[in-house]
Design a protein around this ligand. Structure first.
Ligand SMILES: [Zn+2]
Ligand SMILES: [Zn+2]
Length: 177
């Protein structure tokens, strides 16, 4: 493991959230899609109305995507601003099947705020470990999705095996020509 389990989960969730904006149509177009996303990524706590949270969650995506594009000092500015604006107060908690991990805003805070703070806390780990280089953009020509390279030797090149396979086939065909 490169980072703590909750950090790795938060980074993967942040990447998945960013990537929902890439397909056309947008994969977070409805409250139901947001509810499904929240279930998939195990966002605990109450959310009464996903349709009402949708706009704020969608607006968060470009902010998180900047982590894949900026230098360390700018990433620090984003992390600090998110933590400041949401009055983050880190607390160790344990719930459901999860062992101790950090919540920095209460579980009744708006979903977008919880997502922003969780990503910012994870990025604080990444920055302190000087591992920003693990935030990568898929090498497949037609993709552009973001991912976190958690491999030992930082050798991952694609967001998914399907992108890797597609690119390998394309490279093979190019060689044969
Ligand atoms: Zn939790
Ligand atoms: Zn890809």
């Amino acid at each position: 493991m490169v980072f703590a389990h909750d950090t790795e989960l938060a980074l993967a969730a942040a990447a998945a959230l960013v990537n929902t904006a890439h397909p056309d149509p947008d994969e977070l177009s409805t409250g139901d899609q947001l509810a499904e996303f929240a279930r998939t990524w195990q966002w605990s706590g109450v959310c009464g109305d996903y349709s009402a949270e949708l706009a704020a969650v969608r607006d968060l995506r470009p902010t998180l995507e900047r982590f894949w594009a900026v230098d360390k000092d700018t990433a620090v500015d984003i992390v600090n601003r998110v933590l400041r604006e949401s009055n983050a107060l880190p607390q160790l908690v344990k719930h459901d099947q999860l062992d101790y991990h950090i919540h920095a805003v209460p579980s009744h805070a708006p979903l977008a705020e919880r997502m922003a703070v969780e990503a910012a806390m994870a990025m604080a780990d990444v920055i302190r470990a000087d591992e920003l280089g693990r935030l990568q953009i898929c090498g497949a020509e037609d993709c552009g999705d973001v991912y976190i390279d958690l491999s030992k030797n930082r050798s991952r090149r694609f967001c998914s095996t399907s992108c890797g396979n597609r690119s390998n086939v394309a490279a093979y065909r190019a060689r044969r020509r």
